[in-house]
Design a protein around this ligand. Structure first.
Ligand code: C5P
Length: 232
């Protein structure tokens, strides 16, 4: 599995996402479909974008009892996406159930990636709200190890954590990293960011890039710049 740039298609409607994808006439980027678009348009939007030739990361972050996650993943496996995810905090048993559900009768399946601690969760909130009193980076590495032992393919993490995740879980364990910005671009609401070139240097396997591409004056040029910096 080679390095790639995944565009976060955080649009609220089919019209908006298709208008955006229509600009890509000479390439078919890997795209991320999240909860907003999926809940607005349903599974049909996934099938339609797939039929246009894009690889898809379906970012629905499942978290429920193992049986429910298993059955839901079995449904998602029919959508023929390339990557999907769940919360590592649902336990190793839940992750194993998700993996089982996602595996099709012929043994094939999309990549399954775990969310560790959300980057929006601070040390303070984790301690006060979740009663987890360990340092957050230790919690992230522990969840990554749990995901690896459940047989998952990797984790979503900050690019700053990608090197340590590889050290802890092995080079083949995938790191999918949002929080990427061009050196001369706006940070927006992200706080700990890296450029595509820095993410490459530190060993991210996939970078997830939203607004630096979707809000660019020339999204295709911004995408190609990301690919040039990250994939080389
Ligand atoms: O626009 P931007 O590049 O900030 O988009 C990043 C994408 O990655 C968004 O879809 C966001 O929800 C997602 N994401 C993130 N941080 C995480 C997990 C997911 O920014 N920890």
């Amino acid at each position: 599995m080679g390095k790639d740039v995944i565009i976060a298609c955080d649009f609220a409607s089919k019209a908006d996402v298709m208008n955006f994808l229509d600009k890509f006439t000479d390439c078919k980027p890997f795209v991320k479909i999240g909860m907003e678009l999926y809940y607005a348009e349903g599974p049909a939007i996934v099938k339609e974008i797939k039929a246009r030739g894009h690889k898809i990361f379906l970012d629905l972050k499942l978290h429920d009892i193992p049986n429910t996650v298993k059955k839901s993943m079995a449904v998602l496996s029919h959508l023929d996406v390339d990557m999907t995810n769940l919360h590592a905090s649902g336990t190793i048993t839940m992750m194993q159930a998700g993996l089982e559900g996602l595996t099709r009768p012929d043994g094939t399946r999309p990549l399954l990636i775990a969310v560790t601690q959300l980057t929006s969760t601070s040390q303070e909130r984790m301690e006060a709200d979740l009663l987890i009193n360990e340092p957050i980076d230790k919690v992230v590495m522990h969840y990554a190890k749990n995901a690896a032992s459940a047989g998952l393919d990797g984790v979503v993490c900050s690019p700053l954590e990608a090197g340590k995740v590889h050290e802890t879980c092995g080079e083949k364990f995938l790191t999918v990293t949002p929080g990427v910005r061009f050196a001369d671009g706006d940070i927006g609401d992200q706080s700990r960011v890296m450029t595509p070139a820095q993410a490459k240097e530190i060993g991210s396997d996939y970078i997830v890039v939203g607004r630096p591409i979707t809000a660019a004056e020339d999204p295709v040029a911004a995408y190609k710049r990301c690919v040039a910096e990250f994939v080389g």
